[in-house]
Design a protein around this ligand. Sequence first.
Ligand SMILES: *[C@@H]1O[C@H](CO)[C@@H](O)[C@H](O)[C@H]1NC(C)=O
Ligand SMILES: *[C@@H]1O[C@H](CO)[C@@H](O)[C@H](O)[C@H]1NC(C)=O
Length: 440
Amino acid sequence: MNRLKLLILFICACLVASDVTFEHGRLFPRLLSADQIEQIIQRDLNFTLGLLGLTRKRAGSAQVLTPSVLRSIYNVPGGAQAGAGQTVAIVVAYGASTAERDLATYSNRYSLPSCTTANGCFKKVDQNGGSSIPPDDTSANGGWSLETNLDVQTIHSIAPQAKIVLVCANSAGSDLYTAVKTAASMASIVSMSWGGSEGSSVYTTPENIFTTGHTNGVTFYAATGDDGNNAGYPATSPNVIAVGGTTTYTNTDGSLSSESAWSGSAGGCSSVYTMNSAQKKNSQAVSLCGSKRATPDISYDGDPNSGVAVAYNGSWYQVGGTSLSTPIASGRSAAVRAANGGSPYDAAYFYGSTPSYRDVTTGKNTNYNAGTGYDLTTGLGVWVSQASSATTTSATTSATPSTTRTTTSATPSTTRATTSTTRASTTSATPTQCTGLLCL
Ligand SMILES: *[C@@H]1O[C@H](CO)[C@@H](O)[C@H](O)[C@H]1NC(C)=O
Ligand SMILES: *[C@@H]1O[C@H](CO)[C@@H](O)[C@H](O)[C@H]1NC(C)=O
């Protein structure tokens, strides 16, 4: 009888679980011509020259963000060593058979270090950590494969020395939970650029995985979604950091011009999940959502118009969405950990007194305006500080470069989002002065 009960329970659990279907971000892919990708590469080159004051700037145009621009505008510590000693796991559905080859294409075009299975930087596993990789998703516009390449290439561009584990679930259903569990056993940062409906009650299987992972020091980042409405699960999990999207304007030299909320950035109050104790400390989040989980927590570029170029099976695409902002957050988290050590960048950290943000105060999604402080379109804003805590002492350990500040000289560390066009040519190779809320 006990056995029968168990069996019935098991079947019920399966039925509930199999109801869940997750979607990767919308990506908004735009095929780039050879000329366009040349221009992007050229612009990146010009950005490097721009540091020496050689280029003129054009104010406030959204444009494809290249790896060096991303690292610069997001104040990523570590320079070429960014992410050393860290491992980021990316959870996706299906196989992405070209991901490693496409990463080589990407690294080559952007002069990033190679990240391969052979050199130990890249690893692809099935949802159980083995080698039974499922077949590719062959749907139009790259499907999950393009999503996968976006995640892999973005993390490599932000944290070029971080190891990447790609965990491929057999399907876009509850297999993803199995993959998340595997990911959390192989990395300290897990990137999830997908989401689905919250359902009518708490999903206990993944919540248990997130809770255990968190206890073990793993940070989970999830995309809120790209439709400008309420965020999907797992972004609404109180055990996950929800990442929204911005529109990012840069000058032609790659320096930041301004940031606003991207209209597609999903966010709002969960109807199922309760606010975690860390977020409860934010009175604005509480006044917006009461006892329910508020999303997003933080934001990075998500607008496809200021998206990134992604290599996929012989072509290049301009891609955006919170599928982009999420691997930016994951890669940045790896770089900050590499530079400063310290505890995981969880909700307690993000809502604590340590981190600093560039507040995003303009723009809106479908239901909410961005505004000063916490809002339901961009969360706390763009996380830009570099240290895990003021008292961190591990900065000099291991492969971490001790001169991280000088390698990020173009960093707009003293720039508000609205700062203009007068930066880079006056920026010297010495670190900018760190004042105010924007740096530590
Ligand atoms: C890069 O700089 C060169 C030399 O200043 C210029 O001719 C070229 O148009 C620039 N390219 C882009 C894409 O801005
Ligand atoms: C990659 O492109 C080749 C050549 O166009 C094609 O034969 C192959 O099916 C593509 N592979 C994937 C996974 O899309």
